[in-house]
Design a protein around this ligand. Structure first.
Ligand code: ADP
Length: 351
């Protein structure tokens, strides 16, 4: 009859290809029991949005099935998100495991749309997620998430409203969108710090931060106030957009923020009538800049009418049309980002 030790030995042969370590050393195997040749255990992934989930599940199951005397494998899959940081430094951020910044060199490239759909996709995978709209010049997250009004303040803490299973905080809650706000550097820094530290985020696996475009004060403040799990740089394919994205990338590198990768938005358009794929703004620029700068390329997002339409009415496409081609692309992006965050967190744990 096989023993739990034999099962663990078999699982120690299965490696997580991204982390380069076996499942047992990574503490991904829990509660192994064997009874009458029936093996039960839990495979505990590093994120519910694990990009290698199916592959790891299959490898683990078949490795155990090969152990002599095993008649049946009953495997459950769970997840405990790795943390890139210990946020004990800021009271309100205590329960936040990873802060992911979404940045771009310039405005209008779809950064907020990506931040919102990424957050919704991570939440849909089972993770606890928040989104912080730090785009002080044009906070669009409340509109895209369909939340409005001023949030409740309890014991001097802002209680973030929840939309599409994501906790939302934005400067847009606190001023009228019709009133122009003149932001000077120190004010921007103060506002970002307040949103980070005065919102009652509770327990979060991921806090997605939608930064203002460019390399200004908000990005600097964020990177200098809290250790970031990493940053995703969004660009469109045109040459002009790419050179500006490269500057943003260089700034985060200088600030020692892990670069999770580059995403190219509005890469192509699938004609709904003839099905032809057209690269309206050319293509390949995002991949090129990633390659040149030695960072990962996280994917291409198509130009899609439904993406814009759903954002405009506060129902991100990933929330309301989760099986659409566009949502699948966003979900793949979210899984890749979560995978990269696990890699960064694991590298930090080893130090
Ligand atoms: P940014 O945050 O970079 O300023 P937004 O996310 O606000 O950009 O997007 C700008 C506009 O482009 C919005 O109207 C949004 O709905 C639209 N948009 C963004 N990405 C796409 C896309 N992939 N397909 C179609 N429209 C998009």
């Amino acid at each position: 009859m096989p023993r739990p030790e034999d099962v663990l030995e078999a699982l120690a042969e299965v490696k997580d290809p991204e982390l380069g370590k076996d499942l047992v050393s990574l503490h991904m195997v829990e509660g192994v029991t064997v009874e009458d040749g029936i093996v039960s255990f839990t495979l505990n992934l590093t994120t519910p949005a694990c990009p290698l989930r199916t592959r790891l599940e299959e490898s683990a199951k078949s490795a155990v099935a090969r152990v002599q005397g095993v008649k049946e494998v009953r495997m459950k899959t769970g997840s405990t998100v790795f943390a890139t940081r210990d946020y004990a430094d800021a009271e309100m951020l205590k329960g936040v495991k990873n802060i992911i910044a979404i940045a771009s060199g310039k405005g209008g490239v779809g950064k907020s749309t990506i931040a919102v759909n990424l957050a919704v996709a991570l939440a849909a995978s089972g993770a606890k997620v928040g989104i912080l709209d730090a785009d002080v010049y044009g906070p669009s997250v409340p509109l895209m998430m369909g939340v409005n009004g001023t949030p409740e303040v309890r014991n001097e803490r802002i209680i973030p409203p929840v939309a599409h299973n994501v906790k939302v905080a934005s400067l847009g809650f606190f001023y009228n969108e019709k009133t122009p706000v003149i932001w000077r550097g120190p004010l921007v820094a103060g506002a970002v710090r307040q949103l980070l530290t005065q919102v009652d985020w509770g327990e979060l696996d991921y806090l997605v931060v939608d930064l203002p475009p460019g390399t200004g004060d908000a990005s600097l403040t964020l990177a200098q106030t809290v250790p970031l799990g990493g940053v995703v740089i969004v660009t469109t394919p045109q040459e002009a957009a790419i050179s500006i994205a490269a500057k943003a990338l260089a700034m985060f590198k200088k600030l020692n923020v892990p670069i999770l990768g580059v995403v190219e938005n509005m890469s192509y358009f699938n004609c709904p009538h003839c099905g032809e794929k057209t690269s309206i703004f050319s293509s390949g620029g995002g991949r090129k800049v990633a390659l040149e700068r030695g960072v990962d390329f996280l994917g291409e997002i198509p130009l899609g009418l439904a993406i814009r339409e759903k954002s405009d009415v506060g129902t991100p496409i990933v929330a309301v049309l989760p099986d659409s081609a566009e949502s699948i692309v966003y979900k793949e992006l979210a899984f890749r980002v979560a995978g990269m965050v696990s890699i960064v967190a694991y590298a930090k744990m080893k130090k």
